[in-house]
Design a protein around this ligand. Structure first.
Ligand code: ATP
Length: 479
């Protein structure tokens, strides 16, 4: 957004005075005086307001702002500039943040200050970072109007390109989690916080029937290569997967494998940390391209089962009719509803972004609102079920490096008759360490399967007994 010569920032005061100082003092002294003036003037808010108006008129400085979001769309120039300022301008910044990544030997230095000065082809510019009351960030670029051509024609382009190339070089997947909306107002708290995503899961180690695995893999790859296709058919470039199955069957592991396959970041959306649909919308539009948005255990995530108006009772409708409008608005805003979520999946918000995958997980498919699992809404419903022999063989290969073993036959027949999650099988095989050998791990698994088989048989018998007792009781009541 170009603001031209209208210039409302506190920087205006500084630059006006600086213009004179530039001519007189040597470099280091000039910078020190500049910084002193910035902090002094910013503290004098009355003076600042007054002088801003006055100097707006005469100021020789121009400000360009780059907002994190423009019309609810993520501004990709913003990300590139932030990267440039964070990494490239560290040689000019005085406050730096140091960290070390797991795989890197050296320290990573990042700028840790809200103002930074930069130079380009002999001109000097200033960047300032501002965070508004709801956590959105704006970057302000200030420069003398005589540098206008260089800044607008080549400096900004240079910064964005540099930023993008740094991003490409450092591209690391990230795992985002949303900050509670009650914290969004405080300074420096943005909507999402993140850590680097480092998870070893991949489709090779995922214990799943090969045919199903291949189908999912092909679907993901086709999606990620589908830019032109989605454009041609006029649909938003997004795909929805519903992963369902009992605990420990690999739903989270599959999401990690998807992220690793496509090199996408993960946004773990915690619905209990937000209050209403409008906050949900802000969060979703703040996600970046090439990302997987995950809502785990959607059945327990909030008021997601049908708060839609057509399902309201007669008495609720009657009460609302008597309180025209207001209450209806109030209710929509008061919590995250299924319709709020569906709006995003189907509607205009989804078209704001590109290349996004949405994954819902649940342990209880039957508890979900049919509207959510209807075909066309989720592109693929994937069942992750108890361990099959095929899946076991993948785990045995991963954990024990075994392709075959005399106990495999026994395990095959036990697995067919028993319900055991891959997580429980993995746990038995993991026991192997340098001292315990593979035979012992497999024996352990056989015993666990036999115990389960007995327990599950007893449960079936008990269920049958209850059923026949009920039938007998009903029969007696008839006669
Ligand atoms: N299909 C699988 N393939 C490989 N490993 C698996 C599989 N399922 C489970 N595991 C192992 O079990 C652990 C737990 O699995 P995971 O968290 O993915 O299950 P989940 O279905 O997401 O469980 P929940 O429903 O409780 O969240 C994983 O860390 C992984 O080691």
């Amino acid at each position: 957004m170009m603001m031209g010569d209208t210039f409302g920032s506190s920087f205006a005061n500084l630059f006006f005075l600086c213009a004179t100082i530039q001519q007189i003092f040597p470099n280091d002294l000039k910078i020190a005086i500049n910084e002193f003036l910035i902090s002094t003037i910013q503290q004098l808010s009355f003076f600042q307001r007054f002088s801003d108006r006055f100097i707006n008129f005469f100021s020789p400085y121009v400000v360009i702002t780059f907002c994190e979001y423009e019309d609810y769309r993520y501004n990709h120039a913003f990300a590139a500039i932030e990267t440039y300022l964070g990494a490239k301008a560290t040689d000019k910044a005085k406050h730096l943040r140091a960290s070390q990544n797991k795989d890197s030997k050296g320290l990573v230095l990042k700028r840790d200050e809200t103002r930074v000065q930069d130079e380009y082809e002999g001109i000097r510019v200033w960047w300032e970072t501002e965070t508004d009351s709801i956590g959105f960030i704006t970057l302000k670029l200030t420069f003398h109007r005589r540098s206008r051509d260089i800044v607008t024609n080549s400096y900004i382009k240079y910064v964005v390109e540099e930023g993008k190339s740094i991003e490409d070089k450092n591209k690391k997947m990230k795992l985002f989690t949303n900050n509670p909306s009650s914290h969004w107002g405080s300074s420096k708290t943005s909507l999402w916080r993140y850590i680097d995503f480092e998870h070893p899961a991949n489709f090779d180690t995922l214990a799943l029937e090969p045919k199903k695995k291949e189908e999912i893999l092909n679907d993901l790859v086709a999606f990620s290569n589908g830019k032109d296709y989605y454009k041609k058919i006029g649909k938003a470039w997004k795909r929805g997967y519903l992963l369902y199955g009992p605990p420990g069957t690999g739903k989270s592991t599959m999401i990690a494998a998807m992220a690793n396959l496509l090199n996408y970041s993960i946004y773990d959306l915690e619905l209990t940390a937000i209050q209403n649909n409008s906050e949900l919308r802000k969060l979703l539009t703040a996600t970046s391209n090439k990302s997987i948005i995950v809502i785990e255990d959607i059945d327990c995530s909030l008021v997601l089962t049908g708060n839609r108006k057509k399902k309201e009772s007669y008495w609720t409708r009657l009460r609302k009719d008597g309180q025209q409008g207001e209450e209806e608005e109030e209710e929509d805003k008061s919590f995250v509803t299924l319709s709020g979520l569906l709006n995003f999946i189907d509607g205009i918000w989804s078209a704001c972004g590109q290349e996004r995958i949405i994954v819902f997980t649940t342990n209880h498919l039957a508890k979900l609102d049919p509207a959510l699992i209807r075909r066309g809404r989720m592109d693929m419903n994937i069942e992750l079920s108890y361990c099959t022999f095929e899946a076991f063989k993948i785990l045995a290969k991963n954990y024990l490096d075994l392709d075959s073993h005399p106990l495999f036959e026994k395990i095959e027949s036990l697995i067919k008759e028993t319900k055991i999650a891959p997580a429980d099988v993995a746990e038995k095989l993991m026991k192997k360490n340098r001292e315990i050998d593979a035979d012992e791990s497999l024996e352990d698994l056989v015993q666990a399967l036999e115990r389960r088989k007995m327990i599950q048989r007893d449960q079936v018998d008990e269920h049958k007994d209850k059923k026949s007792y009920k039938q007998l009781k009903a029969f007696r009541m008839l006669f």
